[in-house]
Design a binder for this molecule. Structure first.
Ligand code: GRF
Length: 221
């Protein structure tokens, strides 16, 4: 029996290029999933416009500061419940969700982070990678837990840092890989290959103790 499409609620704060990559794959039938809502905390974010242009239901829930987090999360929850979202996809969403919010949705929130976690959690990863003289860099798709950028990893993209690379060029190259690995993980989830069991991810019936790594080293530009 075929599975019903996985219903995705995507949270963004900015450009929304990952959201767009996922939404396009859904629309093209390459993923057994559907973006049922895009939520954004920043008025004027480019991603809001691109989501609307794709005909996706969009919701602006302005961030009013950390003291208003409960009201913010309540509003997010209402939208996602009304849209009957199965999974929350964080795609360039710049706010930190509370431990309570995350714990209540264990195994149902994914994030993408622009580094080879556990290295370089937090902000400005590309700059810090260049400053440290790293030869390898990439992005990580992981389940979200209460540890910031610390939830179980599923899939990483790996690239080589080119000589003379700038923060901009590195960011663009990493982002290009994000648009491949994030839809891939969502596809695994949608197909029932990736599941959350015993507080950790399993892929194809085996616990994922180490992330899978997709090597993009051959793509040097
Ligand atoms: C990506 O680099 C992602 O890894 C990070 O924020 C950026 C979002 O980009 N979490 P976009 O909004 O999807 O274009």
């Amino acid at each position: 029996m075929s599975r019903p499409p996985l219903r995705l609620g995507i949270l963004i704060s900015g450009r929304g290029s990952n959201m767009e990559a996922i939404a396009r794959q859904c629309r093209e039938g390459r993923l057994n999933a559907r973006v049922v809502a895009v939520l954004c905390d920043r008025p004027g974010a480019a991603g809001l416009h691109s989501a609307r242009a794709l005909g996706i239901d969009t919701h602006l829930i302005p961030w009013q500061g950390p003291t208003q987090r409960p009201a913010f999360e309540h509003a997010v929850d209402s939208v996602l419940a009304a849209a009957t979202a199965d999974v929350i996809v964080l795609a360039g969403f710049m706010r930190i969700l509370s431990p309570q919010f995350v714990a209540a949705r264990a195994g149902r929130i994914l994030n993408i982070h622009p580094s080879l976690l556990p290295k370089y959690t937090g902000l400005h990863t590309h700059r810090r990678v260049l400053e440290a003289g790293e030869r390898k860099h990439g992005a990580s798709v992981h389940f979200v837990t209460r540890e910031l950028d610390g939830g179980p990893l599923v899939l990483q993209s790996r690239i080589e840092v080119n000589p003379g690379e700038t923060e901009e060029s590195l960011s663009a190259r990493v982002q290009a890989t994000e648009h491949i690995i994030y839809p891939r993980v969502i596809g695994w989830l949608a197909d029932g290959r990736l599941v959350w069991r015993q507080e950790r991810p399993w892929l194809d019936g085996r616990p994922l103790d180490e992330p899978l790594v997709e090597d993009f080293s051959a793509d040097r530009n």
